[in-house]
Design a protein around this ligand. Structure first.
Ligand code: ATP
Ligand code: MG
Length: 192
């Protein structure tokens, strides 16, 4: 099953929880990202998927600023990674769009960044397929013009807990029906 390549879900915490809601306007993206922030202070690996301009960097900005960063959040399109140290939390914000080969991640020591304690946000994770470890949370943004549909799929036990907490606070979040298909094919940019 394709989902096994991308997640560390095990039988003990399946089924996978997947939630969706609409976000109307960039301010809604920033506010929703901020609502997730308090759950992520122990770190984790988050994949951000969606077409060019879908709002991956906007979402990251909302999250990073809600965690206490005062300045601008630059897109890491050219630098590959931007890092932040907020209190004792390290945040690494990756954009792999320009990565030529996933092996380049090995050369940059990707596993030292993704050590479990840091919060790692990865735009275009499919470019690192085969080298990136499985995500905790997979976020997909669909560009609907004036709004974005966001999908959040838990891929680890701790992400399941994050989503349960979010769901209890945000009545706009709806469960996604065909979660396995979403997580295994659409949401991960899976390669055969
Ligand atoms: N909920 C929303 N509704 C409408 N527009 C939004 C929403 N959220 C973000 N946007 C807009 O979408 C654009 C998102 O740009 P952003 O750079 O975040 O995209 P991206 O997914 O990171 O793109 P790239 O793949 O090039 O890195 C911005 O113009 C932003 O204002
Ligand atoms: Mg971006």
């Amino acid at each position: 099953m394709i989902i096994e390549d991308f997640t560390n879900v095990t039988a003990e915490h399946s089924p996978v929880l997947s939630l969706t809601r609409n976000l109307h306007g960039e301010a809604a993206t920033l506010a929703f990202a901020a609502s997730l922030a308090p759950l992520l202070t122990s770190g984790g690996l988050i994949f951000l998927q969606g077409t060019l301009g879908a709002g991956k960097t906007a979402f990251s900005r909302g999250l990073i600023q809600a965690l206490g960063h005062q300045g601008a959040v630059k897109s890491p399109t050219y630098t590959l990674v931007e890092d932040y140290l907020l209190d004792s939390l390290h945040i690494y914000h990756f954009d792999l769009y320009r990565l030529g080969d996933p092996e380049e991640l090995e050369f940059m020591g990707i596993r030292d960044y993704i050590d479990g304690d840091a919060l790692c946000l990865v735009e275009w994770p499919d470019k690192g397929h085969g080298v990136l470890p499985p995500a905790d949370l997979i976020i997909d943004l669909d560009d609907l013009g004036d709004s974005r549909q966001i999908y959040l799929t838990a891929a680890s036990a701790r992400a399941n807990s994050w989503l349960q907490q979010l769901q209890s606070r945000d009545s706009s979040l709806q469960p996604v029906e065909d979660t396995l298909q979403l997580a295994g094919q659409v949401r991960t940019g899976a390669q055969p």
